[in-house]
Design a protein around this ligand. Sequence first.
Ligand code: ZN
Length: 342
Amino acid sequence: MSWDIVGHEWAIDILQRSIAGGRAAHAYLLSGPAGIGKSRLALRLAQALNCDAGGPAPCLVCRTCKRIERGNHPDVRLAGMASQTANLKPEEAARQKDLKIDTVRDWLADIHLRPYEARRRVFILHDAERLTEAASNAMLKTLEEPPPYATLILVAHTSGELLPTIVSRCQPLKLRPLARTVVADALRERLNLTEADAALLAAWSGGRIGWAIHMVENPDELEARQNQLDDLIAMQAQPRTSGFRWAEERAKEYRAGEQAVVFEALALWQSWWRDVLMVAAGCPDQVVHIDRRDDVEQAARRYRLAEIQGFVARLNDTVRQLRENVNPQLALENALLHLPGG
Ligand SMILES: [Zn+2]
């Protein structure tokens, strides 16, 4: 297959068959965790629908495929949080949480025009899980009955947060995390990583190839992540006051518009305690932080299973509370009060 995508063969198979049979849907919903390959699949679908070689797979070398890849084909229209916040200062952009009705209207403004050059006009909307109700409703009619030459592709981290009326009008393709070995093989073959490095990144990635590639290309971020994990692990042996200081700093970041940074820290913390839980529950091969097995095993021996389970659940609650706009400092301090050993 020439789609140049790691994994997700079943989804590519469905798309190829429907294109070959002239039965491509007029609207798709690609969902799955961040960094799993949704955006790339959306782009490949736009290419497959318009490739000069006729499809059903994109050739990736013709003029049309290349222009779509570079993002400058007039018949492929992209929108999402990035386009909505393109003209804002970073801190203003970070504060925006929802995809607004104006963004959707701009995105679809000229959908009734015929294709300029390609066979089909393709409209790709990223971050669709952030659509407001008004913005969702603004596209319902178009989603139901787009012009015959238009294809809409919604890309979302989770389909659960979309209005059912949106979901029911799209063909859903739910992408799942890839197997660890698939990610590791791809990292070795595509990026020339050593076997050990590939195995480590694949374990950390949780099956998200895009995340792993991003980390290979941004070693500073990877190092920062390691340091952050060191601090989080150290917290269970430190007096509670230092934990509260940590909560205060994260709350400050959160209020300054750096919500994503705080959610990432919580996800990292969660992943470590989930490892402890896995070892305590007798499933050591599920461990993600394979480079810290000793720490994980030590913690699994030190704390009671119920305590560990309770804290993993507590971190889930904290994430949910933050999304529900609970005071961030209170939410984080409350989590700390349940930290085993704290
Ligand atoms: Zn092509």
